[in-house]
Every structure is written in structure tokens, then in C-alpha cells.
Design a protein around this ligand. Structure first.
Ligand SMILES: [Zn+2]
Length: 426
């Protein structure tokens, strides 16, 4: 079935094509082991919060030794939050390629009763693996490990692949990618994160960047007093003012931004992701506040966002002198995470396209990932150009009930990761 020389990467020798066929053949022969590893990862819960990756990391270490992938290092700022680094070094010098997946998941959450299977069991149905973390992103963890094993068994490389399996992504990566980068443990010429890249179907997009995000509060002050006389003396109801600001923001707030060629989603503003106001019956509300979450495109800066928000609120104040409204950004990455983007000519991008053509039979179009990823650490802080999401599964299934990853796409991911690394490192 396989074309003997299917891999048309420019400059690839016939010898290389034979090696690549061997990689694909080896992964086909190891399919049962790869899927079984994925099931065990799912059945070893790593919900965050509370955050404890020890058990799932033990499953990974066991598999590494079974596959004779030796020489990994565990790095942890807290013993409960291990990160694993594994290097596959070629015989000759060459580029350093970083592969990354996080091993934690969100908790099952409030909708366990909506799951049609046990979220903590890997259940296979209709070509899909159901279970918490299947798409986000234990399928990709299994695929990366098997990709490295396939490269070790079947190829020689010119350069190095570093696989970083990290903790704490679901809660901001303070113990994970953030810690590794702050300690100078992550060095690479380019990186790929295997976050689930589909939105409506698997392998839908190749994401060249991620949207940035910003969370802020809008605070409204009014007049607290006895509610029985609110129509007799001048009174400003802070809850009502807050509602007016929310509605005005929905219709009249427009961030100045140039449209992005790859990002159909544009900017997403969620107004009132939380809201509160007032004290109790009998009291006119003296204070109310609501939170907003905005997702921004490359080209938007924090200063630009602040400037536009302040200008919008100033306009509201001018229209309504009784309005006392202020803006407060959250601290740290919650307040601002930079959008990212890589050049489509980056070798790993070209290699993922070629590998997709071979394995999937098509090349997914470029896009920007709607959510933020650990490329906030790898690219923004460590300066490593990072493809933030190309992996099996769909982000639309993550963090909710009935999450699944395709069996076929998990195997395809291992092949794509192996072929792309081989392409970059030859
Ligand atoms: Zn994820």
C-alpha cells in the first residue's frame, strides 16, 4: 500500500525515504502498544487543580524503559509536579527541535452526569478513545513518545529532538513550562506543541500561533443607602449602572485591530464572565463589578488594549456624568498573555506540512489557535519559535464531558511527529 518513496521533502535522499518507510512500518507494528499506552495515561488521572503529575509520570517512565528510550531527566520545583525531558541525539550536529505536551488535565468538573462513559476509564467506541484528557492531550503524549521510539529504532539524525512532557499547563504552568524556562532548562531552535488542533474535526488546522488573552474587571461605584428612599433623594444604583456598562460594551466597544489572514475567529470578547453587585434587600447597591475575558490577535499590544478600553469608558462617562467606572487588569499572565505567531517558512512548519501530506493525504490550512498555550513560555519568554498546536483531537471537546481522541489520528500523530522530526534533522 505504501509508495516506496512517498516523502517529497526537498533534498531528501532515497536513503532517507527508505528510512521513513521503516518509521511508518515500525509505528504500524507498534500500534497496539501505542494505544495501550494512551489508555493507561487516561486511566491515571492527573487533574489540575489540585495538580499532581507523579502517577502519570510514573506510567510514562515505565513506557520509556519498555521502549529502551534512556537518559531522561526529571525536573521539578515541587516533588508533586514533575516535568520530564528526554533527548534523542543524532550522530552529527544539527538543529535542536523541541517537542512538547502537557500531562495534566482539567478536573472532571460539575458535569460528570453528562459523561456517557466513565471519564477516568479509557473507553473505545466507534474508532474513538473516550476519557478525561484523551484529546487534551494524552493522545499526543503517547504519540510523541512513540515517535521518538520510532526514530531511535529506524533512523540516524543530524541534530537533536528534545521531548518535554510538562506539568501544570492547565493552571498556568508555574510548575511546568514556566518553571523550566525560568531555570534555563529549555533550549531549542524551534518547537512544536501537540495540543488538539481541530475545532470541528480532527487535523482541521495547522496553527502557526495562538491568540493572546487578557482578563480585567470593570468596577462601578454608586450610592449605598436605604432602598426605601431611592426615588426621593439622588441615588445611583451600582448594579444597574454595571448592567448599562455591560450592554454598552457589547454594542459599542471595538478594539482597533487589523484582520488576520489565518484567524477566522478574530477577536473574542466575553463580557461578565463573573459579576456581582449590591449587599442585600433594603440597600441600594453602592458597588458592583464584572469580569471580562478577551482573546486578541497578533498585532494587539497590552498598551493598545488598555488605551482603547480607557477611551471607551471615558466616552461613557462623558455621556453619563453620574457614572463612576474604573478598569482593573488582573495580575500576571491572567492580565496579559502575548499572542504568538511563527513564520510559515520555519523548517518544522514545512516538515509538518510534508508529513501531513504523506500520513493524512492532505495539508491542513494555517490558522491561529483560539486558546493560549505553553508557547507563551517557549516563544514569548525563551524566544523559541513555536508551533502551538498540531495534534490529534479537537479543542472543542477539551475541558467538557465526553472528551475523545480518534484512534486513527493518535497513530497518525506519532507518524507525523516522527516524519517531521526526521525531515528537520536531515
Ligand atoms: Zn491542553
Amino acid at each position: 500500500m505504501n509508495d516506496p518513496f512517498p516523502f517529497n521533502a526537498p533534498g531528501l535522499a532515497i536513503e532517507g525515504a527508505v528510512g521513513l518507510n521503516a518509521v511508518q512500518g515500525w509505528l504500524d507494528s507498534q500500534r497496539a502498544g501505542l494505544l495501550d499506552f494512551c489508555y493507561r495515561l487516561i486511566e491515571t488521572p492527573s487533574p489540575n487543580p489540585p495538580g499532581d503529575e507523579r502517577a502519570v509520570m510514573a506510567v510514562i517512565c515505565e513506557e520509556l524503559s519498555r521502549l529502551k528510550l534512556t537518559g531522561h531527566e526529571i525536573i521539578a520545583s515541587d516533588p508533586c509536579r514533575p516535568n520530564l525531558l528526554l533527548w534523542l541525539r543524532g550522530k552529527q550536529a544539527g538543529p535542536l527541535l523541541l517537542y512538547n505536551a502537557h500531562v495534566d488535565t482539567k478536573p472532571v468538573g460539575d458535569q460528570r452526569d453528562r459523561w456517557e462513559t466513565d471519564p477516568l476509564r479509557a473507553t473505545v467506541k466507534e474508532g474513538r478513545i473516550y476519557g478525561l484528557g484523551a484529546a487534551d492531550m494524552k493522545g499526543a503524549v503517547a504519540a510523541f513518545v512513540y515517535a521518538l521510539a520510532a526514530l531511535k529504532e529506524n533512523t540516524t539524525l543530524q541534530g537533536t529532538v528534545c521531548l518535554a512532557l510538562t506539568a501544570d499547563e492547565e493552571a498556568g504552568s508555574r510548575f511546568g513550562a514556566g518553571y523550566l524556562v525560568s531555570r534555563g532548562k529549555i533550549k531549542a531552535d524551534m518547537a512544536l506543541i501537540g495540543e488538539p488542533s481541530g475545532i470541528e474535526r480532527e487535523w482541521e488546522f495547522l496553527h502557526l500561533g495562538h491568540r493572546g488573552s487578557s482578563c480585567f474587571k470593570v468596577k462601578v461605584h454608586g450610592t449605598q443607602g436605604h432602598s426605601s428612599i431611592s426615588n426621593l433623594i439622588p441615588t445611583v444604583n451600582a448594579s444597574l449602572k454595571m448592567a448599562e456598562v455591560m450592554l454598552a460594551m457589547r454594542s459599542d466597544f471595538h478594539l482597533r485591530v487589523t484582520p488576520h489572514a489565518f484567524c477566522q475567529a478574530g477577536i473574542t470578547l466575553n463580557i461578565g464572565v463573573h459579576a456581582r453587585g449590591g449587599v442585600f434587600y433594603g440597600v441600594t447597591p453602592g458597588y458592583a463589578e464584572f469580569g471580562c475575558d478577551i482573546r486578541v490577535l497578533p498585532g494587539v499590544s497590552r498598551q493598545g488594549l488598555e488605551r482603547d478600553l480607557h477611551a471607551f469608558l471615558e466616552q461613557l462617562r462623558q455621556n453619563d456624568p453620574s457614572l463612576d467606572v474604573r478598569l482593573e487588569f488582573e495580575e500576571g499572565p491572567l492580565g496579559w498573555t502575548e499572542p504568538t505567531e511563527v513564520n510559515p517558512d520555519l523548517p518544522i512548519v514545512r516538515a509538518l506540512q510534508s508529513a501531513s501530506q504523506v500520513v493524512l493525504g492532505h495539508v491542513p490550512p494555517f490558522s491561529l489557535y483560539p486558546a493560549t498555550t505553553d508557547s507563551a513560555h517557549f516563544q514569548t519568554k525563551a524566544g523559541i519559535p513555536t508551533v502551538p498546536s498540531f495534534g490529534p483531537g479537537m479543542i472543542s471537546l477539551a475541558h467538557g464531558p465526553n472528551e475523545w481522541v480518534g484512534i486513527e489520528s493518535t497513530v497518525q500523530a506519532a507518524k507525523i511527529y516522527a516524519l517531521a522530526a526526521y525531515d528537520v534533522l536531515n
